[in-house]
Design a protein around this ligand. Structure first.
Ligand code: ZN
Length: 437
């Protein structure tokens, strides 16, 4: 062997369970990573090379990196913040916590919350994140600041800015322009992409949706909270529509690439439109439970994916919550495997034009869970080991495009003491602004 592991861009990672949740399963397997790509997959003794550094995972699970389909990285400094009023209803929670918080974000707190949130995601084996950003007093240029932070962390990200009427018409127009220019700038970047961010029907007027439908190019997909709470459905009905999907669709904003987040409170017509349009539906079980908004009817939301909605960066923990907070009828492992592995690869290819997964030539986005199975492991019970063995928690190693970004509790290449010091200062100043607002 020449070179030390960590010094070389090429390495073999193995002597673990290599599985992709979509048909590949090698109990004592390994991957050869070369030039950021998966170059070879097989039994570890076959893949190991004399002239390439070998990283021994000692029996752990080697999986494709996870994708978080709905996050709010700006919320990373929210823990501990006291809402300024009641949080009994969903509108109360928005008014007294989130809408207050997103008005006090400045450039410094945005940069550090996104950077620390992105690093946090990496530490859980998440290698790509679809983020929905909001900072009502920092609109123009905010996605560039967030982009700088995610690039610094090394995670892949598809960003958008929440468009809403909450700050008035001129601010709404700046938000629209910010989404458009960021999307245009990153159309062929395998690490960064853009979508059209919309808050939710209940803060978007008819006039605004009409304006957006004129401004948004047809090939640009929306990322929108949809039917999260009963108030969103009621608002759409007051406007003369049958529901939130019906209203967005009436303005021509939906297609198969649209991200509809939550889909808890929908009408019959909404479900029927989902069947026709087949957008990407993203469920966030921990957030729904926290906000007490009810549970989505999963069986009517085919092909749905998983997000954390700012609650955490831990997607395996979210998957456990998805299982435990279900309707009680149990969830087939095949559905969860599709949600964690098969569908995410298709969506990433669409938005970032990047091939992932454990196939020769695919980008080497890897999550090694910090769990060594003792009971027999097979393709059929892989999800059982993830849910009840690994359970969530920090990963052992995370790589994006072959680059090791998290390993044994550390972020190689980052001075975390200095970063935490600066992040803490930014978070403290933001908390003070929140209290004084
Ligand atoms: Zn959200």
């Amino acid at each position: 062997m020449t070179g030390k592991f960590g010094d070389s861009p090429d390495y073999v990672i193995g002597r673990g369970v290599v599985a992709d949740g979509s048909g590949l399963f090698i109990e004592d397997g390994a991957l050869l990573v070369s030039d950021g790509k998966v170059a070879e997959i097989g039994p570890w003794e076959t893949v190991r090379k004399d002239d390439v550094p070998f990283y021994d995972v000692e029996g752990r699970l080697i999986l494709p990196g996870f994708v978080n389909f709905h996050h709010h990285l700006y919320s990373f400094f929210a823990p501990g913040i006291s809402p300024s009023g009641p949080t009994e209803t969903f509108p109360d929670i928005l008014e007294n916590l989130w809408w207050r918080l997103d008005r006090v974000i400045d450039e410094e707190s945005l940069y550090f919350s996104v950077l620390m949130g992105a690093l946090d995601s990496l530490s859980f084996g998440v290698t790509s994140v679809f983020d929905h950003h909001a900072s009502m007093n920092l609109d123009s240029g905010s996605l560039d600041v967030a982009a700088e932070a995610v690039c610094q962390a090394g995670i892949r990200a598809v960003l958008c800015l929440e468009t809403s009427d909450r700050q008035g018409k001129e601010a709404m127009k700046r938000q629209v322009a910010e989404n458009l220019s960021f999307w245009e700038k990153h159309r062929s970047d395998p690490f960064l992409g853009g979508m059209f961010g919309l808050h939710a029907n209940l803060t978007l007027s008819e006039e605004t949706l009409s304006f957006i439908s004129e401004e948004k190019p047809p090939e640009m997909a929306v990322h929108v909270h949809c039917g999260e709470a009963p108030e969103d459905l009621a608002f759409c009905r007051e406007q003369g529509y049958e529901g939130p999907v019906d209203r967005l669709n009436s303005f021509g904003l939906l297609d198969g690439d649209s991200f509809l987040i939550h889909c808890v409170h929908l009408s019959e017509k909404d479900y029927s439109l989902l069947g026709e349009i087949r957008p990407v539906v993203v469920l966030n079980p921990e957030s729904n439970a926290n906000n007490r908004v009810g549970k989505p009817d999963r069986d009517r939301l085919p092909g749905h994916l998983l997000g954390t909605d700012g609650m955490s960066g831990d997607l395996v923990a979210a998957l456990r919550s998805y299982l435990l907070l279900g309707a009680g009828g149990g969830e087939p492992y095949s559905r969860m495997a599709d949600m964690m592995f098969r569908y995410p690869q298709k969506i990433l290819q669409r938005h970032l034009q990047v091939r992932t997964g454990f196939r020769p030539g695919a980008a080497a986005d890897i999550a090694v869970l910090d769990y060594i199975p003792l009971s027999p492991v097979s393709e059929a019970n892989l999800l059982g080991h993830i849910l009840f063995g690994a359970k969530g928690g920090k990963a052992h190693l995370t790589a994006v495009n072959g680059k090791i970004l998290w390993r044994k509790g550390e972020f190689p290449g980052h001075d975390m003491n200095s970063l935490r010091f600066r992040a803490k200062r930014a978070a403290s100043a933001q908390s003070l602004r929140f209290r004084n607002l």
